[in-house]
Design a protein around this ligand. Structure first.
Ligand code: 5RP
Length: 230
């Protein structure tokens, strides 16, 4: 079995938590894409749900698979968000944003009564930080913001290599909300709560990929099967 099979198995297991009438947050990334596709099949069988996509890519995918969509304007409170992650620690704190959708993902997760994370088991870590932390920043002053984050990282005793994420054409990646992404190679993070607070203090930082106390359940899959972590 491949990693893709594990992602799909986790996505399939998450369907068990979806109830008729639910308003859903639809995540972004390859694992969330499996969920959206499988959800579409359930909708075709008559399941009545609607979803708020966390990216334009997920919106297109949901439309293609016939998942009815709504917006946070029309549906400001959601029942359940199902999304992937780049790292998941033992307390279900996450690093997200590998797909540059962290801002909408966090807004949608925060607007949901419950967030379930789905992933292949390689995303489980003891401590967050091996995956570079994505940070969404305003394009204006991005170099100053980048340096401010490097200074903060040094002050906190963390690795301080912070780079602007670039696409294949070398242009900065622009998010669905018109911002750019910095990837911060910080090394293992001892105190994610403090880092979160300090990052949010830096002008120009819109949001960062530390999702703390947002997820209440993780569904991870590997060759041994599907496991839930609460
Ligand atoms: C997008 C995300 C994704 O959920 C995260 O990058 C995991 O992606 P994948 O399921 O493709 O491994 O946070 O911003």
């Amino acid at each position: 079995m491949s990693t893709e099979d594990f992602k799909r198995a986790a996505a399939e297991a998450a369907l068990a938590y979806v109830e008729p009438g639910m308003k859903l947050g639809l995540g972004t990334g390859s694992t969330a894409a499996h969920f959206i596709e499988l959800l579409g099949a359930k909708v075709a069988e008559g399941l009545d749900v609607s979803g708020v996509p966390t990216s334009e890519a997920s919106r297109e995918l949901a439309e293609r698979h016939g998942v009815p969509l709504t917006t946070l304007k029309d549906t400001p409170e959601l029942d359940l968000t199902v999304d992937g992650a780049d790292e998941i620690d033992g307390r279900l704190n996450l690093i997200k944003g590998g797909g540059a959708a962290l801002l909408r993902e966090k807004i949608v997760a925060f607007a949901s009564k419950r967030m379930i994370v789905i992933a292949d088991a390689s995303k489980r870590v003891e401590r967050l930080g091996a995956f570079p932390l994505p940070i969404e920043v305003v394009p204006f002053g991005k170099e100053s913001t980048r340096r401010a984050i490097e200074r903060l990282a040094r002050d906190l005793g963390l690795g301080s290599d912070v780079a602007i994420r670039r696409a294949e054409d070398e242009c900065p990646v622009v998010t669905d909300s018109g911002h750019v992404i910095l990837d911060a190679r910080l090394g293992l993070i001892d105190d994610p709560e403090r880092l979160s607070v300090e990052l949010n203090r830096i002008p120009g930082v819109v949001e960062h990929g530390l999702f703390l106390r947002l997820a209440s359940l993780a569904i991870v899959a590997d060759q041994n099967g599907v496991k839930t972590i609460e």
